[in-house]
Design a protein around this ligand. Sequence first.
Ligand code: ZN
Length: 316
Amino acid sequence: MKKLLQEIIRERPLLGDGAMGTQLMIAGLEQGNCGEAWNLTHPERVLAIQRRYVEAGSECIITNTFGGSRIMLNRHSDADRVVEVNKAGVAIAREAFDGADGYVLGDIGPFGGLLEPFGEFTKPQVRSAFEEQAGALVEAGADAIIIETQTSLEELSIGIQAAQAAGAKCIIGSMAYDVTLDGSTFRTMMGVEPERAAEFMEEQGAHIVALNCGTGMDMERARMAVERYKRVTGLPVMVQPNGGKPRLVEMKVVYDETPEQMVKGLLPLLEAGANIVGACCGSTPDHIRAFRKVMDEFLESKGIEPNGVERESQAL
Ligand SMILES: [Zn+2]
């Protein structure tokens, strides 16, 4: 039987995937349109992107369901398709592995608003939206649920509880940190420090503590975050930094860290004990391919067979 994600990564680090949003744009998605609806209307395009990540060496693929909650889909008048969009997202990611034994991470992004008393959404509304989404992802066979790009512990806890209610076998909480203006540290937009986030996630019953996206969070900052997490928790750690800093060029956001630049930070990240490494906005299959090479060399130096997901019975 396939090992649980939180178990296998205690034995060997796994490689995640790269950006989905930017790849959807390249494939023709227009700004402001619903990328998650493509799971139903253009599944072959979503599949082609995820296949490229698998071919580049990804062992964990995140479903194209970031904005797949009822609250998010409602903005595109797709709220009646929550279950279909999320189930199709899992099926496409699974198909991308083409029978190989990879891990499908069911993605839940922020609901996109503010909770009362600051905003117009009540906790029960957000909870039921996340429960509905998590339920569809789990039912479709996702190996884990990742609640990502989170900035507040309140919303994160609603996501974790929804994933628990859905019966998720593995729950990942992923925070988006911003480097402070003076560059001395990083915390979320809502002021959450990594240590507090990790302790909170462990209390709440998450299995993996993670970070993704954020502002100024390059590979070196991600390494620092891994160390800060590991200081307060024994849970495995997942990191997905962005492919550089966003810049506005001709009214388009571009990320310009090349695979060669980004991969330089990978070995220190692995040495710091990162258990899953992928990348967020602006990264491409080329970034992941560069990661694969360095990760395989790292595994070899530790006497671990590369591409362990498929050969785990021999390697372990
Ligand atoms: Zn991102």
